[in-house]
Write a protein that binds this ligand. Structure first.
Ligand code: UD1
Ligand code: MG
Length: 449
C-alpha cells in the first residue's frame, strides 16, 4: 500500500502573536514542522506534501527539498488547505496521512499504529483521537449510538452537550486518498468561522456509507497542537521529559533533568554525567563516561569518550577522547581538539586543530591555527590571525613551547620542539629546536627614586 502525507503549515498562527511564523517556532531547538517531517520520514513516508502559505519562503528554506510543496495563498481552512495538494497527490491510490505542522510531539510509533488500525478496520477515514482533561479549543469527537464516530464538531461550533465531550480530534488522520479528494469538493464553509473544515470530510464519507474509524493516541500530551506560547512551553516541557527519560534509560546520568536540554538529534554514550544548565543541541554526539556541565552549551559538535566540558560554549567543533575543556572556554567553527588536550579558562579556539596532548590552559585566542602534539601555549598567548582584511594561518609543530603573553603574527610557523620566550611578538618563522626572543631587553635603573 502506498503511503502519502499532507502536512498543514499555511495558517498564520495568529494566537502566537509572533513575527516568526508558527510552525517554525522551535521545540527542543528544532522547528515544530521539522519534527513532524522527521517523524514521517522515520515512518518511511517518502512523499510528503507541505501546504505553505504564510511565511511560505521561510518554511521552504527550513525544510528544503526533502518534501514537496503546495501553496495555499488564502487561508480558507484546513479542508481547503488539503485540497491544495490535489495537483500533487490527486491521481494517486493509497492512504494519505494528514498531520498539522503544529503537533511537534507526535511520534512515528503512534502514526504507525494509526496506519495499522486504518488497514485492519478497512476504514476510509481513521481519526487519531485523544482524551483531554481540558478540551478547550479542540474539535470534539461525536460518536453515534453504535459507538462509531459520526462527526467532529469544532469548539466554536459546538453546543453545550458537545462541549462536554472530552474525546478530541488531534488533527491527525489517515484517509483513503481517492475518497479524500472527492469528499473535499463537497465540504462547505457554513460554520461560525466561515472556513472549509477538513473534519467535515468525515460526515460526508459517513453519508456515503463509508466506515469511519478512530484510534486513540496513548496520551493526550503527545498530540498537543501548539496554538499559543502557553502550549509552546508545555510542548517544550513534554519533549524535554521524553528525551531526557530516553537517555536516562540508555545509561546517562542527569543530575537535574528539569534544567538539562537535549535536542532530538543528539546522541549520548552511557555513564556520561550531565550537570545542570547543560544544553546539547543540533547534531551533537557525546561519548561515554564524559562529564558535561554545569552550564555548558554544545551544538553540532562531537565529544569523544571520557572528555570533560565544564561551563563552556562549543559550536561546530570536535573534542577528542579524555580532553578537558573549561571552565569558561569557547570552541567554535571547527575547533578540533585531539585526545588528552586541555583548553582552559578564557580560551577561545576558532577553526584550529590541537594535536594530541597539547594545552592552552589560560587566557588565549587561537584562530586559524594548526597545532601539533604536546604543544604548550602559555597563558595569554595569541594567534594574530587577522589584518583587518584577510585571515592568516599559524602553524605550531610538535613539542613546541610558547611562553606567556606571546603574539604570533600570522602567517608564521614555529618549528618542532622550538621555544618562544615569554612576552615575544613573533613575526618570523622559528626553526626546529630554535629559540625566539622578540622583546625589549630590560633596563634596570638602581636607586632610581
Ligand atoms: C484543528 C482542527 C481541530 C483539532 C485541532 C487539533 C479543523 C477545522 N480543526 O483546529 O478539530 O482539534 O486542529 O490541533 O481542522 N492551516 C492551514 N491552512 C488553513 C488553516 C490552517 O494550513 O487555511 C494549518 C495551520 O497552519 C495548522 C493546522 O492547519 O498547522 C491546524 O490549524 P489551526 O488553526 O491550528 O487549527 P485548530 O484551530 O488548532
Ligand atoms: Mg492548532
Amino acid at each position: 500500500m502506498n503511503h502519502f502525507a499532507v502536512i498543514l503549515a499555511a495558517g498564520k498562527g495568529t494566537r502566537m502573536k509572533s513575527k516568526l511564523y508558527k510552525v517554525l517556532h522551535p521545540v527542543a531547538g528544532k522547528p515544530m514542522v521539522q519534527h513532524v517531517v522527521d517523524q514521517l520520514t522515520t515512518l518511511g513516508v517518502t512523499r510528503q506534501v507541505v501546504i505553505v502559505g504564510h511565511g511560505a519562503e521561510s518554511v521552504k528554506e527550513v525544510l528544503g527539498t526533502s518534501v514537496e510543496y503546495a501553496l495555499q495563498s488564502e487561508q480558507l481552512g484546513t479542508g481547503h488547505a488539503v485540497q491544495m495538494a490535489e495537483p500533487v497527490l490527486g491521481n494517486e491510490t493509497g492512504s494519505t496521512l494528514v498531520v498539522c505542522g503544529d503537533t511537534p510531539l507526535l511520534t512515528s510509533t503512534t502514526l504507525e499504529s494509526l496506519l495499522q488500525h486504518h488497514a485492519e478496520t478497512g476504514a476510509k477515514v481513521t481519526v487519531l483521537t485523544a482524551h483531554a482533561d481540558d478540551a478547550t479549543g479542540y474539535g470534539r469527537i461525536v460518536r453515534g449510538e453504535d459507538g462509531n464516530v459520526s462527526k467532529i464538531v469544532e469548539h466554536k461550533d459546538a453546543n453545550e452537550q458537545e462541549l462536554a465531550i472530552t474525546e478530541i480530534n488531534t488533527g491527525t488522520y489517515v484517509f483513503d486518498n481517492e475518497m479524500l479528494f472527492a469528499a473535499l469538493k463537497q465540504v462547505k464553509n457554513d460554520n461560525v468561522q466561515g472556513e472549509y473544515y477538513l473534519p467535515d470530510v468525515i460526515e460526508i464519507a459517513k453519508a456515503d456509507g463509508e466506515t469511519i474509524a478512530a484510534y486513540a493516541a496513548p496520551t493526550f500530551e503527545e498530540t498537543i497542537g501548539v496554538n499559543d506560547r502557553v502550549a509552546l512551553a508545555q510542548a517544550e516541557t513534554s519533549m524535554r521529559k521524553r528525551t531526557n527519560e530516553h537517555w536516562m534509560r540508555q545509561g546517562v546520568t542527569f543530575v537535574d533533568p528539569s534544567s538539562t536540554y537535549i535536542g532530538p538529534d543528539v546522541v549520548i554514550g552511557s555513564d556520561t554525567v550531565l550537570y545542570p544548565g547543560t544544553q546539547l543541541l543540533g547534531k551533537t554526539t557525546i561519548g561515554s563516561e564524559c562529564i558535561i556541565g554545569p552550564n555548558s552549551d554544545i551544538r553540532d559538535s562531537e565529544v569523544a569518550d571520557h572528555a570533560v566540558v565544564r561551563q563552556s560554549v562549543v559550536t561546530d567543533s570536535q573534542i577528542g577522547a579524555a580532553a578537558q575543556v573549561g571552565p569558561f572556554a569557547h570552541l567554535r567553527q571547527q575547533a578540533v581538539l585531539g585526545a588528552n588536550t586541555r583548553i582552559g579558562n578564557f580560551v577561545e579556539v576558532k577553526k584550529s586543530t590541537f594535536g594530541e596532548g597539547s594545552k592552552s590552559a589560560h587566557l588565549s585566542y587561537v584562530g586559524d591555527a594548526t597545532i601539533g602534539k604536546n604543544v604548550n601555549l602559555g597563558c595569554g598567548s595569541i594567534t594574530v590571525n587577522y589584518d583587518g582584511t584577510n585571515k592568516f594561518q599559524t602553524v605550531i609543530e610538535d613539542d613546541a613551547f610558547i611562553g606567556c603573553n606571546v603574539n604570533l603574527i600570522a602567517p608564521v610557523t614555529v618549528g618542532k620542539n622550538a621555544l618562544v620566550a615569554a612576552g615575544s611578538t613573533v613575526t618570523d618563522d622559528v626553526p626546529e629546536n630554535g629559540l625566539a626572543i622578540a622583546r625589549e631587553r630590560q633596563t634596570t635603573k638602581p636607586d632610581y627614586r
